[in-house]
Design a protein around this ligand. Sequence first.
Ligand code: ADP
Length: 192
Amino acid sequence: MNIILLGPPGAGKGTQARFLCDERDMIQLSTGDMLREAKDSGTEMGKVVADVMARGDLVTDEIVIGLIREKLEGDKKGGFIFDGFPRTLAQADALAELLAEEGETLDHVIELQVNDDVLVQRIVGRADEARVAGQPVRADDNEESLKVRLMAYYKQTSPLIGYYHAKGQLATVDGLGEIDEVKADIAKVVDA
Ligand code: ADP
């Protein structure tokens, strides 16, 4: 089974993806994590994307599609959870092609709905907690970059909601509840 988790920054995609991985032997493919790894390990590509990410803008489709392509060719275990990908219509089309090449299907697109106030609180809160604990804070977890990230979401990513709805693949889950409630709602979609 292959699933996309769709939603703005701070919607809880990463948290829910980890549950699906642990409980269903699925593989989380977070392009954000992959890009941060590339940045931290100082690869050429990491250097190219660092500034774009810190600003909150999207990196090029070509780069992220390349990252996903590599992973899709590897071990598939219980299936993939796409977290933070696709983020543009071009990425969605590329994903459809890549899955078809691998003989795979896209089974669910789950939109986590959360309002903007909560997103800002969650992300700024997450950054404050990390800072207090002496842990590294993401370069894009500040109010300025967050505005750019939200704008990128509404302009470039939210059209995917209509795209997948039209294909009959979209399920919407309320992302404002407790973590366990959201998890249960996702399970209902996945087990239906
Ligand atoms: P969040 O969902 O909290 O904004 P992510 O960890 O998913 O964070 O992504 C962080 C940043 O990485 C994005 O703001 C963007 O710069 C880059 N990025 C991640 N995934 C993609 C993607 N699919 N296409 C373009 N850029 C991406």
